[in-house]
Design a protein around this ligand. Structure first.
Ligand SMILES: Nc1ncnc2c1ncn2[C@@H]1O[C@H](COP(=O)(O)OP(=O)(O)OP(=O)(O)O)[C@@H](O)[C@H]1O
Ligand SMILES: [Mg+2]
Length: 227
């Protein structure tokens, strides 16, 4: 792989991420790590399958015009993906940075909602919408990353859950940022207002925006009353 590594960005349970260059371009390499508690053969097969799915979805989304990292290279055997480096900082860092005022933060959160709807309009659920997986570029645009659990889906519930995951993280980890989820939902709605009803995808009609929001409200109430 024509990747040369400069600095390690992240060491997680499932992945190690390095920043560097690929053919002279700023790039990031994501290397899946072995899960020692699983049988090595099973781990290998599962890991490869997931990485292949991640790579496929990245190509599909990029071709649809979404602002996500560009996949530069992919070595399924070695379980490595190389992609463009998204400049900026993850949303989690900005939410924890008290020097960022509320108005700016609301714009970032709206932008996150906008990008989430862009993804959902492609009939793809993210599956892991944490504030780590949303990058905010220096110009204030939200770029979703980490499609390791993303899937093509047509069930409203799964889209509601996508939003609910983010809602729970915002409430639990950043309670001082009031109305954070409202800002996300504003952006989510704005996207549909700007672009009109989502077009049919190769697999069918994406779940409509109003249905997702309604389901999210339902899940929120369900969780509040039944834990
Ligand atoms: N294309 C990218 N540009 C800039 N930073 C990135 C990029 N991809 C990943 N990162 C950074 O690396 C971190 C981890 O990457 P990623 O979210 O893809 O791994 P992960 O699948 O969540 O790993 P784990 O499952 O072990 O938590 C991100 O939160 C982000 O800070
Ligand atoms: Mg992640």
């Amino acid at each position: 792989m024509a990747f040369s590594a400069d600095e390690r960005l992240y060491l997680g349970a499932e992945a190690e991420v390095w920043r560097g260059t690929w053919m002279g371009q700023p790039a990031v390499r994501k290397q899946r790590r072995l899960r020692s508690w699983r049988h090595p053969d099973l781990d290998d097969r599962l890991g490869r399958r997931r990485m292949l799915a991640e790579a496929r979805l990245m190509v599909r989304l990029y071709k649809s015009g979404l602002n996500i990292p560009v996949l530069y290279d992919c070595d399924i055997k070695e379980q490595q993906l190389v992609m463009s480096n998204v400049p900026g900082r993850p949303l989690i860092e900005l939410l924890n940075d008290d020097s960022i005022d509320d108005v700016t933060m609301m714009k970032h959160l709206q932008s996150a909602g906008y990008s989430i709807r862009m993804l959902h309009r492609q009939a793809i659920v993210h599956g892991d919408l944490s504030t780590n997986n949303i990058m905010i570029t220096p110009s204030g645009e939200a770029v979703l990353i980490d499609f390791g659990l993303a899937k093509i889906e047509f069930e409203t519930e799964l889209y509601g859950i996508d939003l609910h995951v983010l809602f729970e993280i915002l409430g639990a980890s950043h309670p001082h940022r009031e109305n954070a989820m409202e800002a996300v939902l504003q952006g989510y709605k704005q996207c549909e207002q700007d672009l009109g009803t989502a077009e049919k995808t190769p697999g069918g009609d994406p779940v409509c925006m109003e249905d997702v929001i309604e389901r999210f409200d339902l899940i929120r109430t369900r969780v509040r009353y039944h834990g």
